[in-house]
Ligand binder design. Structure first.
Ligand code: SF4
Length: 252
């Protein structure tokens, strides 16, 4: 038992990630895709995507729709590869569309961050997570954000039960008809000013459920979205880094 713990400790070096902005992820993680300018059969490429995330002329991948299945990179390896770059959260929906030849990292547009966010929430941000017909994958990764490894509590970022004690709502899942009212009630219960963060392709676009009659996503048309965290599910480091970019004041 103690030997197991010592082995893990030796592998990790520390029991927590000292700097969450720097780790290099091991294993087969799929992060920001890179698309070359090579000419391919765009029709064939776009048609193999199960969520319509791939557009033609020019070829692009919409991370807000992508479920990271990897089929496109498997079928067209010289055209598409997924890097291990997990910093893919942004506050601008269009920034999630990665075009061929675009090698720039995904980032937030600071000019579009509401002033009160960094003033009020820079050191303490309490969030209410609501699973609006989620499949429990996004939710599990959000849970992991608070564990000893990622420890987002050290930045003052925590999930709380009562929306009345929170500064924002984190939505996972595609928002079914049955959950639409609950999302609205939860949002209304949070005092102003408040954030909306969408986590996972299901929340951002409906994902694999997009177009289903069982969805009721009109809530998202009523309010500005402060942060999009793509992935299916997103890695905890994608969420933590995205939120830190949103709430932290930049060094001038
Ligand atoms: S990895 Fe994303 S873009 Fe590629 S086929 Fe799967 S869902 Fe579509």
């Amino acid at each position: 038992m103690i030997l197991d713990e010592l082995t893990i400790f030796k592998q990790h070096g520390k029991q927590f990630i000292p700097d969450v902005t720097k780790p290099v992820l091991p294993g087969p993680f799929k992060g920001r895709p890179e698309l070359t300018l090579e000419k391919v059969d765009e029709e064939a490429l776009a048609s193999l995507c199960p969520t319509g995330a791939i557009s033609k002329a020019p070829v692009s991948i919409d991370l807000g729709k992508c479920i990271m299945c990897g089929e496109c990179a498997f079928a067209f390896p010289s055209k598409i590869k997924f890097t291990k770059d997990y910093k893919i959260a942004t506050n601008v929906r269009e920034n999630l569309i990665i075009k061929a030849g675009d090698l720039e990292p995904v980032s937030l547009d600071e000019s579009k961050i509401r002033k009160e966010i960094q003033t009020l929430f820079g050191r303490s941000l309490k969030l209410r997570e609501i699973s609006a017909a989620g499949a429990n994958a996004d939710e599990a990764e959000l849970n992991a954000c608070g564990n000893v490894n990622f420890d987002m509590g050290r930045f003052g970022i925590e999930f709380l039960a009562s929306p009345r004690h929170c500064d924002g709502i984190v939505i996972t899942g595609p928002i079914s008809e049955n959950m639409a009212e609950a999302v609205q009630i939860c949002y209304d219960a949070i005092p102003d000013p408040k954030l909306i963060i969408l986590v996972g392709s299901d929340a951002i676009s409906g994902g694999i459920h997009s177009g289903s009659k069982a969805l009721q996503r009109s809530f998202l048309e009523k309010y500005p979205i402060d942060l999009y965290v793509p992935g299916n599910p997103p890695h905890p480091l994608t969420f933590v880094n995205g939120v830190l970019e949103l709430i932290r004041k930049r060094e001038k």
